[in-house]
Ligand binder design. Structure first.
Ligand code: COA
Ligand code: NAD
Length: 689
């Protein structure tokens, strides 16, 4: 795995070869330094062409090295040597050129990219800023405004946009061949990027961008620092600004935010098919049957179509088929508006959809995904129809949120073909999918579920068949804690504001208003018979809201009011209702501070997650982190629920839970696993894996 170098006439070729993505670590930096020594010792060269072997130019600095002290040669020094090399370098970019990879390309005298290349500085998504000149060289090519946006949000651009913005000088299907053909005299004249000046941005533009960052990435440090550094490119001397950039990079990479984001980055990539299933090659699937075209079914169908699969969508009657089509049209319209899909692409995808009332039309589908009402009878009837319509090899998946997949499968001649595929709404956007292993689920069905997740570009997390699986089970405990705080002395807005202050994208009450209070209500009624009589029932206000038709946004009123369908407004009536219900329940209310609310809610979630781990319902703490961060808005900058729990430490978690148990032993009884970890000094991360 070296940096290859060779010479052909007056051209030298330097090729990065660090599979799978040419991440630039110590060996790559050394290899480049050696290549520079070799080039400087050659006579008669007129160009050096830098490229990457395989599918990437270079995916960036090797993030695995960020936990250790930096080792020379450092990337900024390598980049500077490339820029100052007596022989001009050209970056020939096929595939991703990201982070440190793009910084190397920026140090070259010219850049040629393939149209399919993606170029960007995604460092802020890892909690750092570019550390090898990216914040200074990029604005000198594309101007401060565009660079600031690219760096702050870390979103890469495709080849064509890179060409129109000036980031690359030319587009070519074969960038190496095009680099060979660049005119020698023109190349010699190309000035080093650092000697150019950066087009400044208006102060008002930068302020607007700062406000956008604060709104979209609340509580995150790196994007704001990146913005300041990029803005400085128009006014500060290059070397001074470069030193500031490096110092910021080194400072940020040690900070909790970067550690947490790195953890999630690697956890996402580790969420792959388990070794026990790796040998199973699932049959290729080209057609999928989706049953139900409501909120979930339509989103799932669009995700499948977007991944190139054919879809048969089955609904109950012609009217329902029309509704399903309308649901899909809405998704397409949003995609067109947001520029996520072109009209041509949308038409091609829609042409692969067959919406029908006939199960028979799904013949040949290798997989069926059921997304009908949350009702065991309806679901079992659907699978009976599917069993009759599809071949014995077809895999069946249920998108149930709470029902027991074993009970759903019980009517099938072969229950082992059924697996849970729990998508999140909107299913074409949310990257998380829980793969639920029922008792009977076969390895073949699980392998097919993993293969589908991969095809859809989703992050799969394996869950056992328990009430709510991983995510909803933890969320239910969170809700219960929040509801208790509410009854004992708080308000929806205080709780929401405490949780968003902690970094959640949305508080639990705003979330309920969005998803509708009736769903959780129906779920509570389903569980009434099995409820532990020793456990307090704090959902009295939530039940009353439903009884009064306050179902959330769709009713125009829920925990909040939404006058004219606009933004939420606190509702004093709700405060009165809570006070009244508390009186009925003989609760003497008291105020809760924001940090107390956060502590109770997070401890309740941690305790439930520990039980999930203890029971083997999740594979690892890292997979729980993925569920909470990707599916439930847990702050990414805290690395997910269990990463946060380890930051607190199991011993402290235990002490606090024990203190709360004095108040309500039925709710706060700590999981055995927490006590074990606290006693042995181990972390949650050490469990499973
Ligand atoms: N440092 C270290 N390892 C990296 C890496 C990086 N910057 N980028 C990717 N990898 C590793 C992944 O961990 C994974 O390792 P594994 O096979 O052991 O699990 C492997 O490379 C493949 O990555 P994956 O993301 O699964 O491949 P992909 O083909 O889906 O995507 C990229 C390729 C380049 C688009 C994607 O990996 C990416 O965006 N990388 C990060 C870019 C980045 O943030 N760079 C800035 C670093 S400061
Ligand atoms: P929905 O009410 O929006 O849609 C259900 C659809 O199923 C309707 O269009 C209905 O006509 C159709 N349907 C009912 N019986 C049918 C049958 N026998 N054959 C064909 N179609 C039938 O519901 P939804 O929100 O899409 O939820 C569907 C499933 O997904 C439920 O199990 C739910 O628990 C689960 N789920 C929902 C969400 C969410 O946020 N909405 C998230 C994850 C999982």
């Amino acid at each position: 795995m070296p940096v290859h170098r060779r010479r052909e006439g007056a051209a030298a070729f330097v090729e990065l070869d660090f599979p799978p993505v040419n991440a630039i670590g110590r060996d790559a930096r050394r290899g480049l330094a050696d290549a520079l020594d070799w080039i400087e010792a050659q006579d008669g060269l007129d160009r050096v062409i830098l490229s990457g072997r395989g599918t990437c130019f270079a995916a960036g600095a090797d993030a695995r090295e960020f936990d250790a002290p930096p080792v020379p040669p450092h990337l900024p020094d390598v980049a500077r040597r490339i820029e100052d090399c007596p022989v001009p370098w050209i970056a020939a970019i096929s595939g991703p050129a990201l982070g440190g990879g793009l910084e190397l390309a920026l140090a070259c005298r010219a850049r040629i990219a393939s149209p399919k290349a993606s170029l960007g500085l995604p460092e802020t998504t890892l909690g750092v800023v570019p550390g090898a000149g990216g914040t200074q060289r990029l604005p000198r090519l594309v101007g401060v405004e565009r660079a600031a946006r690219m760096v702050a949000f870390g979103r890469p651009v495709a080849g064509a946009e890179a060409a129109t913005s000036g980031l690359v000088e030319a587009l070519a299907d074969d960038p190496v061949a095009a680099a060979c053909a660049v005119d020698t005299a023109r190349l010699r004249e190309a000035a080093p990027v650092r000697t150019r000046s950066a087009a400044p941005a208006a102060a008002a533009t930068l302020e607007a961008l700062r406000a956008e960052i604060a709104a979209k990435l609340p509580g995150r440090a790196a994007p704001g620092v990146a913005l300041d550094l990029v803005a400085g490119a128009a006014s500060s001397p290059f070397d001074e600004a470069l030193a500031a950039e490096r110092a910021a990079f080194l400072r940020l990479r040690e900070a909790p935010e970067a550690r947490a984001l790195r953890h999630l980055f690697f956890a996402e990539r580790a969420a792959k098919v388990p070794a026990s299933l790796a040998e199973i090659a699932p049959a290729p699937i080209e057609r999928v049957c989706v049953v139900g075209g409501g909120t979930m079914g339509a989103g799932i169908a669009w995700a499948l179509l977007s991944a190139g699969l054919d879809v048969t969508l089955v609904e109950t009657d012609d009217e329902a088929v029309a509704r399903a089509r309308a649901n899909l049209d809405k998704i397409v319209a949003q995609g067109l508006k947001g520029g996520h899909v072109s009209k041509g692409q949308a038409d091609e995808r829609r042409a692969r959809l067959d919406a029908t009332t006939e199960f028979g039309r799904a013949q040949g589908a290798g997989l069926a995904i059921e997304a009908v009402f949350e009702d065991i009878g309806a679901k079992r009837a659907v699978f009976a129809r599917l069993e009759a319509a599809l071949g014995a090899e077809a895999i069946f998946a249920t998108n149930t949120s709470y029902l027991d997949p074993d009970a759903i499968a019980a009517g099938l001649a072969d229950p082992s073909r059924l697996v849970g595929l729990h998508f999140f709404a909107p299913a074409h956007v949310m990257r998380l999918v829980e793969i639920v292993r029922a008792k009977e689920t076969s390895p073949r069905a699980l392998a097919a579920a993993y293969a589908l997740a991969k095809r859809l570009g989703k992050v799969p997390v394996l869950a056992g068949a328990c009430e709510g699986f991983v995510g909803n089970r933890i969320y239910a405990r969170y809700r219960e804690a929040a509801e208790t705080i509410l009854l004992d002395g708080s308000t929806p807005w205080e709780i929401d504001s405490a949780m968003t202050g902690f970094g959640f994208a949305m508080g639990p009450y705003e979330t309920q208003d969005l998803s509708g209070l009736d769903i959780a209500f129906a779920n509570r009624r389903r569980k009434d018979a099995a409820r532990d009589p020793a456990r307090r029932y704090p959902f009295v206000v939530a039940d009353r809201m439903v009884a009064e038709g306050r179902l959330g946004r769709k009713a125009g009123v829920g925990w909040y009011r939404y006058p004219g369908g606009g933004p939420r407004v606190d509702d004093p009536l709700v405060e009165d209702m809570i006070a009244e219900e508390a009186r009925f329940a003989k609760v003497s209310r008291r105020a809760f501070a924001a940090d107390e609310i956060v502590e109770r809610c997070t401890l309740a979630m941690i305790d439930e997650a520990a039980r999930i781990l203890e029971e083997g319902m999740a594979r690892s703490a890292a997979e729980i982190d993925l569920v909470t961060a990707l599916g439930y808005g847990f702050p990414r900058a805290r690395g997910g629920l269990m990463f946060h729990a380890d930051a607190l430490g199991p011993a402290r978690v235990l002490t606090r839970l024990e203190a709360l148990a004095a108040e309500d032993a039925a709710f706060w009884r700590p999981a055995k696993l927490i006590a074990e970890l606290a006693a042995s000094g181990r972390t949650f991360a050490s469990v499973g894996g």
